[in-house]
Design a protein around this ligand. Sequence first.
Ligand code: FAD
Length: 325
Amino acid sequence: MNILAFAEQRDGKFKKCAYEVVQAARRAADGLGGTLSVVVIGKNVTSIAPALGAYGATRVIALEDDRLERYSTTAYSKVFSDAAAKESPSVIFFPASQMGKDMAPRVSARLGAAIAADCTAFRIENGDVVATRPVYAGKALVEVKVTTAVKIFSLRPNVFTAAAVGGGAPPVVESVRPALSDADFAAKVTAVKVSEGRPDVTEAAIIVSGGRGLKAPENFKLVEDLADVLGAAVGASRAVVDAGWRPHDEQVGQTGKTVSPSLYIACGISGAVQHLAGMSSSKYIVAINKDKDAPIFQVADYGIAGDVFEILPALTGELKKALGK
Ligand code: FAD
């Protein structure tokens, strides 16, 4: 049985979710008694492929073309699907990252494979993958099996382990130039604006999020100050994004981004079900809210019932001292 995993890289560096997916796919391959092949797509990716060995990759297919330097929905989906058609995998793993969420459904359509998206766990049972997915905005978890011949699973970032295990032999890397024509690029990137400073909410280990309890956009300085001391991303509730206080790419929740950081600090956020849908799988949740009955406290590991305008400066000050900043 062949198992394929997609290892996401950008600018010649693997994303953390690449290691998570490779390690999870290794566990699946071992459990299913299958062979794991990892696919990497980009420019000069053969040179970075050996790094995947520490996470359980024994074979890497590096699909290389200078035109694949930047992500292209159509071209990446095509070259991955073509490689998959050759490898005839039974199971394919993607990250449920921005790129994975964009690519996996297209690959699924091209291969006629059903997909279980945004899985937070899986186990191997009777030679099959049984995956766990949050549904109804995270209110319930379902276990699913995929019944098509090719089965695709996308794995929620930051939920699966990515721990390098030393001593493994480097993987065999096969460098392949995929068949591509300019027509395979439906859109052309003409400029890239790199956001400075803070990490993106979907990739950050720590997120400090603010809601309507901050009262005004300029008060987000308190959230930003705490985020900067912790090297964290800044997140936001929809209420403040809709009000134009914060950009949409910071919105966490059902109609925003799904995040699973190690630490999520919710400041002046009530904890509406649509917000919880995007962050309840965070490892530790800290809530600061002046209403001790706010629903956010039901999911919080640590709660501070108090005023953000007092708590945030005090917390930032103490952390600065503790971290020597
Ligand atoms: P509020 O609910 O107004 O809460 C503000 C909180 O701040 C209160 O709990 C209050 O006690 C506290 N507070 C006030 N002053 C202070 C103070 N000085 N110190 C400390 N605490 C204070 N929401 C999202 O976040 N993300 C989504 O993706 C999303 N998608 C949605 C999709 C749909 C279809 C719908 C219908 C709604 C969606 N919502 C989403 C909106 C959601 O229902 C809530 O309206 C929103 O999350 C509320 O944002 P909030 O917690 O910032 O504001």
